[in-house]
Design a protein around this ligand. Structure first.
Ligand code: TXA
Ligand code: MG
Length: 303
C-alpha cells in the first residue's frame, strides 16, 4: 500500500513500520526510538536477532548523534559519498538500543540518496532499516517484490524504485584503517582513490550478515560449464551466444555492470516466479569495480 510522507511519518512516530525506497534496494524501516518497531523488523523479515541493522540518517549532524568518535577520514568519506550507497561501521553511542546493534559496540550508518526518504527522515529522525526482503531472499528492488514478501497491506513510502539494485558498500574502521566488510555499489577503487591508500578486505567474520545465507532464489543456481546440459534456464548477457535453446534471462550487456547490478536480484526473483528449479548462470565477467560486487552476490547465491 503506497502512502505519502505524512502518513509514513505518523506510522513511524507511533512505533510502526514503513518500507522506504533508497537508491540501492528497498528498506524495511522503524524509528530507532521505538524498540517495538525494531523488534517487528526482525519478526517481519524472519531475521536472526544477531544480525544488526544499519541506521539511515538525513544529515551528518544526525549521524554524529549516533556514534562516539570518528576518525578524520570519516569526514572525507562522508562529504564525498553521502548521500549515497556507503555504510560506515563506527563506535556506537550507548544510547542506541541493543536490538539495533545486535549487542555489538559498533553501529552501521549511512545517508541514502533518495529524496523522498531523506525528506521523511528529516521529520522522523534516524530510521533503522535492513533490506526489505524475507531473510535469505534476494533484496527487493521493484515494488512487486515487496508485496510478494510482505503482502499487499505493508505501508510503502511513495517515490521511485531503487536505481542501483545492489546494496551499499560497507566499510568498517578496524585497527585504525578502513576495511571492506561488504562489496556494494561504491567500488573499492573509488574509495582508494579518495583516501589515497589501499583498502583491505576485512578478514574478520565481523559483518554478522556474512554468516547467513543470502540473496538466494528458491531455484538451484550453478555456474559449472560441465553441468550446463542439466539446466532448465540460463541467466546471461544480451550480447553473448549460448548453446542451448532454453528460456533465457538477460542481465544486460556484459559491458554494462550498472545494468547487470540493476537486473540481478529482479532476475533471481523472476526465475522463481517462472518455477525453474535448476538454472545456469554465466559468471565469466571482469573482476574489478562493480563487477566484483556482482560476482560476490552471484557466488553467495550459488553457495
Ligand atoms: O543498501 C543497503 O545497505 C540497504 C538499504 C536498505 O540501505 N540495507 C541493507 O541492510 O542492505 P541489511 O541489513 O540487509 O544489510 C546490512 C549488513 C548486514 O549484513 C549486517 O550484518 C551488517 O550490515 N551490519 C550491520 N551493523 C553492523 C555492525 N555494527 N558491524 C558489522 N556489520 C554490521
Ligand atoms: Mg539484506
Amino acid at each position: 500500500m503506497i502512502i505519502n510522507q505524512n502518513q509514513a511519518k505518523k506510522i513511524l512516530l507511533s512505533g510502526g513500520n514503513v518500507i522506504i525506497p533508497t537508491e540501492t534496494v528497498y528498506g524495511l524501516a522503524g524509528s530507532i526510538f521505538h524498540p517495538e518497531a525494531i523488534a517487528r523488523i526482525y519478526s517481519l523479515k524472519q531475521r536472526p536477532q544477531k544480525n544488526p541493522l544499519i541506521i539511515h540518517a538525513a544529515t551528518i549532524d544526525q549521524i554524529l548523534t549516533l556514534v562516539t568518535k570518528v576518525p578524520k577520514s570519516f569526514f572525507q568519506l562522508a562529504t564525498h559519498f553521502w548521500p549515497g550507497p556507503l555504510t560506515l561501521i563506527l563506535q556506537a553511542k550507548e544510547t542506541i538500543h541493543a536490538s539495533i546493534t545486535g549487542g555489538l559496540p559498533t553501529v552501521g550508518v549511512r545517508i541514502p540518496n533518495h529524496q523522498a526518504t531523506l525528506n521523511l527522515i528529516k521529520e522522523t529522525g534516524p530510521l533503522a532499516a535492513p533490506s526489505a526482503n524475507l531473510s535469505g531472499k534476494p533484496s527487493s528492488t521493484r515494488l512487486i517484490h515487496l508485496e510478494k514478501d510482505f503482502g499487499i497491506n505493508i505501508p510503502i513510502l511513495e517515490g521511485y524504485s531503487p536505481t542501483h539494485g545492489v546494496e551499499s558498500t560497507i566499510l568498517g574502521w578496524i585497527d585504525s584503517s578502513w576495511q571492506i566488510l561488504r562489496y556494494g555499489c561504491i567500488t573499492k577503487e573509488s574509495i582508494e582513490q579518495l583516501l589515497e591508500e589501499p583498502i583491505l578486505d576485512s578478514e574478520l567474520p565481523i559483518c554478522p550478515g556474512k554468516q547467513f545465507k543470502h540473496y538466494s532464489p528458491q531455484a538451484t543456481l550453478f555456474c559449472s560449464l560441465a553441468a550446463l546440459h542439466t539446466a532448465e534456464a540460463i541467466i546471461g548477457y544480451e550480447n553473448r551466444n549460448y548453446p542451448l535453446s532454453l528460456p533465457f534471462y538477460s542481465l544486460g550487456q556484459d559491458t554494462d555492470p550498472v545494468a547487470i547490478a540493476y537486473n540481478l536480484f529482479a532476475t533471481f526473483r523472476q526465475i522463481d516466479e517462472d518455477n525453474h528449479s535448476k538454472v545456469w548462470i554465466d559468471i565469466d565477467l571482469p573482476t574489478q569495480g562493480l563487477y566484483q560486487t556482482i560476482i560476490e552476490r552471484i557466488l553467495r547465491a550459488i553457495e
